[in-house]
Design a protein around this ligand. Sequence first.
Ligand SMILES: C[S@@+](CC[C@H](N)C(=O)[O-])C[C@H]1O[C@@H](n2cnc3c(N)ncnc32)[C@H](O)[C@@H]1O
Length: 245
Amino acid sequence: MTAYYDSIAEQYKKSKQLPFRLHIEAYTYFNLLGNLLEKSLLDLACGEGFYTRQFKLQGAAKVIGVEISEKMIELARQEEVREAQNIEYILGDVLELGKIGSFDLVVASYLLNYAQTREQLLKMCQNIFINLKPGGRFVTMNNNASQPPTSYLATEKYGFIKSIDSLLQEGTPIKYTISANEQKFSFNNYYLSTETYEWAFRSVGFKEIRWQKPIVSPEGVEEFGEQFWQDFIDCMPIIGIECLK
Ligand SMILES: C[S@@+](CC[C@H](N)C(=O)[O-])C[C@H]1O[C@@H](n2cnc3c(N)ncnc32)[C@H](O)[C@@H]1O
């Protein structure tokens, strides 16, 4: 199993401290998630457990994290040793996951944008769907496929930009370059159109699909001012998605 995140795990972990992560990414994500008390959660592409730990802190009864990168899982398990939260971390590929349980919520921040083809996206969605209880929800933060490339540089002041080497079409790599703690690192996502996402969600059986624009926390407005966040809100580099089984 090869995983690119093995080489950037530490840098990625540090990038979680950028203000947009807290004031937009996490705020929008937790808004969609709602009350987690006593809920069972499966966190796919859990990385080093940044959100996985927060789900448990917010009262979730059972939390399992799945991640393809050994290094990411190692960092997550280190935190679990440092402060046990009874989170189970599984090293595995979501494309080959199958059914491992029946959860109230399946969550995944930045998983689907690693699908390189519509077939891979469909497979991920199938593995999400089969792990949900009837009435359960899939909630995710993802690259916003509908952001026009003309605004890719407008997010530089938030600590990241996107770039592409060719025209946007199904499967085109989108390179994210993140600047955090005076260090730069890059990784690729893959473009699949918003229509392809809708098709994959519907095909596996999701009843309702809701797209959530990024929202800024009141603390973020207070600390940086409304104007600072305007470019983010205008170009929407990321998007929240909620699907109901
Ligand atoms: C941008 S990181 C997000 C990590 C975490 N969800 C967060 O928000 O902090 C994306 C993660 O997805 C993982 N990943 C990519 N493809 C995967 C797959 N097929 N199965 C499991 N994990 C995958 C990567 O290894 C990486 O850790």
